[in-house]
Ligand binder design. Structure first.
Ligand code: ZN
Length: 226
């Protein structure tokens, strides 16, 4: 697992050159944002060194973000598991992929479900330590992003992909054009909404951490023509 420092507050952990999760330092230990692919737990624990992982916050329910959650719960029985309310049925095993009134879908990307119970139900505007939760659905229903208010880093899950440039999924470079978005228009709306936040850099589920702040976000939105 490759370890890259994001800021003085966080590390990016990359598996198979492709799947990122993040250790964010708080006063009481680490918050792990997403839990990577299945089998990542030992390498994540090694990267955390002797600093305890106090909580896991899930951006969304896809397999490359929740794969090691159950193994973590076995290693660290008192770890807090946080996710959005909308993600909870999608995180169940087997997942409940039915749509709520007013939603369009289908829910794509074959979420695998987890056995662990969500112990922290997160709503937009909640602060979990230094991290402000923001609803960013579109890629999948219930997706959250987390803004570290100390340094302006947005942990965005798959709200963006960061190969070559910051891109909303659906408007990525030709070599990474996965059809995994549940609702393209909503993914674009979520990116527009993020213009209201003081974001300096984007730490996404896939690709490098990208700087550029608001200008990078405006470019990503401009590229996303419906
Ligand atoms: Zn995803």
């Amino acid at each position: 697992m490759k370890i890259t420092r994001v800021t003085q507050n966080a590390l990016q952990l990359t598996r198979l050159n492709f799947v990122n999760c993040y250790l964010v330092r708080e006063d009481d230990g680490y918050t792990l944002i997403d839990a990577g692919l299945k089998g990542s737990e030992n390498e994540i624990l090694k990267a955390a060194a002797n600093i305890p992982i106090k909580r896991i916050l899930l951006t969304h329910a896809h397999m490359d973000h929740v794969g090691s959650v159950d193994a973590f719960a076995a290693h660290i029985p008192d770890v807090i598991l946080g996710a959005s309310k909308r993600s909870i049925p999608i995180l169940k095993k087997p997942p409940n992929l039915s749509l709520r009134p007013g939603e369009t879908g289908p829910i794509r990307g074959y979420p695998p479900g987890i056995r662990s119970e969500v112990s922290l139900v997160i709503q937009e505007g909640d602060c979990i330590g230094s991290l402000l939760a923001i609803d960013t659905p579109g890629h999948i229903h219930g997706q959250l992003s987390f803004l570290d208010e100390r340094d302006g880093t947005l942990y965005a899950g798959d709200t963006f992909f960061c190969f070559s440039y910051l891109a909303i999924p659906g408007w990525t470079p030709w070599y990474f054009r996965l059809k995994v978005n549940s609702n393209l228009a909503q993914a674009r709306e979520s990116a527009i909404k993020l213009l209201d936040y003081p974001i300096q850099r984007f730490a996404c589920g896939h690709g490098r951490v990208r700087g550029g702040g608001r200008a990078a976000l405006e470019e990503a939105i401009a590229r996303a023509r419906l």
